[in-house]
Design a protein. Structure first.
Length: 459
């Protein structure tokens, strides 16, 4: 309630362009509250808010805003304000912003950075897209192993203010190569004259700067550390990556995978911020691909039109057959895609996965096949819908369901692994794509079985 009252007063002062009163009112506002306030304002009013707060409030608030809001603000903030914010921002958050900009905008902002910060920005932007190098920050504290605890603590007090985190301190040699890491608490609990070398355990985990972002997500899922060091192939310490960046990254990766599972190209912006034409560009190609795939389904039915004409009853079960295969395929692909994302399986496990899905698919197919046969038998008991050939029709439905479900499970499990092997995103083998693929092959299986079991009776 108090926030809303103050918000209304701020909006009044903004309408009057009362800069002095804004400074007084916003003096004790937290960056979190300022970010909430700014999201609902017009860009010109947002710029006025930034001019009314102090330097620390400005950059901390700016970092909390969505990337889209940050990009808009770049166009309305004065160069001096922008310069202070960019130079104060953490390197990883600044890199995430710079990645979103066109070349002209990027070059403009780079000129606003100090020589030191410009070197850091260009270094991070030089790493491959979606690599850990783009996420790391160079703001961390290092100490030497031959220092005493007192020397280390004095150094931490001197340089620790700009560090992304002080939970973990990194031990390096004279050339900057990582030797170990240690929690700050262990240093605080040691005697002042103890050498840092004597309290190290020689056990640490690090990430390679060129590793994919998914590697970092998996690494943090297996540790309780709030930060991990990032090195080059030779072990030179280049930066650290913190858990808050990983949580944001995991959210982004999960969102992309969910969207791709629905046969939609991943959206870079929130749903309501995506324009209609952009939405069409993201969705139309997949719908066209799926439509073309369904055309093959129509062609397959046309190939068997004589069989359908002789035994119209077969057409009644087409939706049942193809949907069951598509559903089993979607189940399998979803499980495999998620297991790949979590690092539970690798491409080299394909034969073990194949064997599991053959057994599982066969058992699922037997269950649905029995239900399909029972359905025909039950209807025949109460009606004369299927006539004297009910057993052959029921057997056709039962065997077709068994083999189609088995086929769907195998296809659904193998397709993500194949795409991963080819270097594509496994999530591309989305549920609609697998369902469409199994539709076509399911019809071939269905009518092939019907041709064998119903030959001489209905066909």
């Amino acid at each position: 309630m108090e926030f809303e009252i103050e918000k209304q007063e701020i909006e009044r002062l903004l309408s009057l362009s009362d800069h002095d009163q804004l400074e007084v009112l916003l003096e004790n506002w937290s960056p979190q509250d300022l970010a909430m306030l700014i999201q609902d304002l017009e860009p010109a009013d947002q710029a006025m808010i930034f001019s009314a707060v102090d330097r620390e409030q400005a950059y901390e608030t700016f970092e909390l805003l969505d990337l889209n809001d940050q990009v808009v603000l770049i166009g309305v903030l004065r160069n001096r304000q922008l310069q202070l914010i960019l130079n104060d921002m953490s390197a990883d958050n600044r890199t995430a912003l710079l990645e979103q900009l066109e070349t002209d905008q990027l070059n403009k902002l780079l000129t606003l950075l100090t020589q030191k910060e410009r070197r850091v920005a260009l270094s991070l932007l030089g790493y491959p897209e979606d690599s850990i190098g783009r996420l790391m920050t160079p703001d961390y504290v290092t100490v030497k192993s031959n220092w005493t605890v007192r020397e280390a603590l004095d150094h931490i007090r001197k340089v620790g203010e700009k560090s992304e985190t002080l939970d973990v301190i990194y031990i390096v040699d004279d050339t900057g190569y990582l030797i170990d890491d240690i929690r700050l608490g262990e240093i605080l609990l040691a005697e002042d004259n103890t050498l840092i070398h004597d309290i190290l355990d020689g056990s640490f985990s690090s990430l390679l700067v060129t590793d994919d972002e998914e590697v970092a997500v998996r690494a943090f899922s297996n540790t309780t550390r709030v930060a991990m060091p990032v090195t080059d192939a030779g072990g030179l310490l280049l930066g650290i990556i913190t858990v808050d960046d990983i949580l944001e990254l995991a959210k982004k990766e999960d969102t992309e995978d969910i969207q791709k599972l629905g046969a939609v190209e991943a959206l870079e912006d929130p749903y309501m911020d995506v324009g209609i034409m952009e939405m069409l560009r993201k969705r139309a190609p997949w719908l066209v691909v799926l439509f073309v795939g369904e055309l093959f389904t129509a062609s397959a039915m046309g190939f068997f039109e004589h069989e359908i004409a002789k035994a119209v009853v077969l057409a009644l079960f087409i939706p049942l057959i193809v949907s069951s295969g598509g559903n089993s395929g979607s189940q399998a692909s979803t499980l495999i895609i998620r297991a790949l994302a979590l690092g539970e399986i690798k491409i080299s496990d394909w034969w073990r996965i194949m064997k599991r899905e053959l057994i599982t698919g066969l058992m699922l197919g037997l269950i649905l096949g029995f239900l399909g046969f029972a359905r025909v038998g039950a209807w025949n008991f109460f009606t004369d819908m299927y006539g004297e050939h009910w057993f052959a029709i029921g057997s056709t439905i039962g065997f077709s369901l068994m083999f189609v479900v088995l086929w769907g499970s195998v296809m659904g499990s193998m397709m993500p692994l194949l795409l991963k092997h080819l270097g594509a995103d496994p999530a591309t083998s989305s549920a609609p794509f697998i369902a469409t693929l199994v539709d076509v092959t399911g019809l071939l299986i269905y009518f092939s079985i019907a041709a064998v079991l119903l030959k001489g009776s209905l066909l």
